[in-house]
Design a protein around this ligand. Structure first.
Ligand code: HEM
Length: 384
């Protein structure tokens, strides 16, 4: 479905895949239309893939919720996860980046993912939540397991079998239990961290239930580190492939934020999201019945020639850059300020410390293999 990787343009902005029974949305205005209409396009798609799924605890899973429940929870967690909190992390993110790079043996190069792009966001989110960052190996295992499962799912929709769903639910329950236990601890002994803030957050006299807290913390951990890891890798790959932009940002590092935005456009880390139609809708001149699965291909929408000039080129100077890398509308990425600040600081420091940074022709990167996740798993780089 990543048509651009095959060098083809989509025939239409909205196409029906007969084999999978999924409506693929490739166009930018059409994707924006879907994001803007949560009433017509529900985010609660789990039951469309697994209608026989046994009931399980889903409270707190913000990405899968529709209004009005979504609005309530989003307000509640926004009370704890504030832009001010994130802005205050900048010095720590800088120090951590230097610390991680100090460990790299500059002579032999580095693996951007293992040495920086993974440990940085996972440590930041663990410290922010207030869970031991020594558990980050465990978090990595969880994230790998989740990605591996969605890999199975990508091979064929039918592989979203009862077994696989059961395995994902089991993993999810383990993660929620872990965070639930830490949150319980905070209820008894408050600390200066996000878990404590979440325990205390209140909207209209209501607080998060223990189950909702566990699920939400789990979502933050997964959404909050895999994507940022990949974003940093993709930004470095974009600069590596586009010498002109690389030279410009080296000469003027105030371009770093724009480089990150353009990397989010060209290679959005999570490139596909599902919705399900709740009623008959019209989209891109097509008529979709109720109860249909819609796949929003953000990477395709981000290269829509109706919106972006030279859509396959890498132009950090693009202004405006209305990419959909963080989504749009009510589900717009809650962690966008954190992802942006982490990626900007890390890339800035990388360029400062290793101005000759480039890919290693002898050791090409290894990529994620799920269509939903676009970016490197390993990215060996030469530093001199
Ligand atoms: C939602 C992308 C980093 C937490 C989203 C959505 C996208 C996205 C596209 C919208 C999903 C939808 O509409 O169905 C990204 C990318 C990231 C990133 C590309 C990094 C480069 C983070 C971080 C956190 C985070 C660091 C938290 C620490 C969330 C949450 C939601 C979300 C909680 C759900 C919001 C809602 O449903 O209201 N993200 N994200 N994300 N993201 Fe991110």
């Amino acid at each position: 479905a990543h048509f651009w990787l095959r060098g083809q343009e989509p025939a239409r902005a909205v196409e029906f895949d007969e084999r999978l029974g999924v409506w693929n949305v490739y166009g930018h205005p059409e994707a924006v239309e879907v994001f803007a209409d949560p009433g017509g396009y529900s985010s609660d798609i789990v039951h469309h893939f697994a209608p026989d799924l046994p009931e399980y605890e889903r409270s707190g899973m913000l990405t899968q919720m529709d209004p009005p429940e979504h609005r309530k929870l989003r307000r509640l967690v926004s009370r704890a996860f504030t832009p001010r909190l994130v802005a205050g992390l900048a010095p720590r993110i800088g120090a951590l980046t230097h610390e991680l790079l100090d460990r790299v043996d500059g002579g032999s190069g580095l693996d951007l993912v293992a040495d920086l792009a993974h440990p940085l966001p996972v440590t930041v989110i663990a410290e922010l939540l207030g869970v031991p960052s020594e558990d980050r190996e465990l978090f990595r295992e969880w994230a790998e397991e989740l990605l591996a499962r969605s890999e199975v799912a990508a091979v064929g929709r039918t592989a979203r079998s009862a077994d696989m769903v059961a395995a994902v639910l089991d993993l999810s329950a383990r993660m929620s239990a872990y965070f639930g236990a830490h949150a319980e601890e905070r209820r008894r002994r408050p600390q200066d961290d996000l878990l404590t803030a979440l325990v205390r957050a209140e909207v209209d006299g209501e607080r998060l239930s223990a189950a909702a807290l566990g699920n939400f913390a789990q979502l933050l951990l997964v959404a909050g580190h895999v994507t940022t890891t990949i974003l940093l890798g993709n930004a470095v790959l974009c600069l590596d492939a586009h010498a002109g932009a690389r030279e410009r940002v080296r000469a003027d590092r105030t371009l770093v934020p724009a480089v990150i935005e353009e990397a989010l456009r060209l290679l959005p880390p999570f490139s596909m999201f599902y919705r399900a139609t709740t009623r008959a809708v019209e989209l891109g001149g097509r008529r979709l019945p109720a109860g249909q699965v819609v796949a929003l291909w953000l990477g395709a929408a981000n290269r829509d020639a109706r919106v972006f000039a030279d859509p396959h080129g890498f132009h950090p100077e693009r202004d405006p850059n209305p990419h959909l890398g963080f989504g749009r509308g009510i589900h717009f990425c809650l962690g966008a300020p954190l992802a942006r600040i982490e990626a900007r600081i890390a890339l800035d420091i990388l360029l400062e410390r290793f101005p000759a940074l480039r890919t290693d022709p002898g050791r090409p990167p290894v990529f994620q293999t799920t269509p939903e996740v676009v970016g490197p798993r390993t990215l060996p780089l030469l530093t001199a």
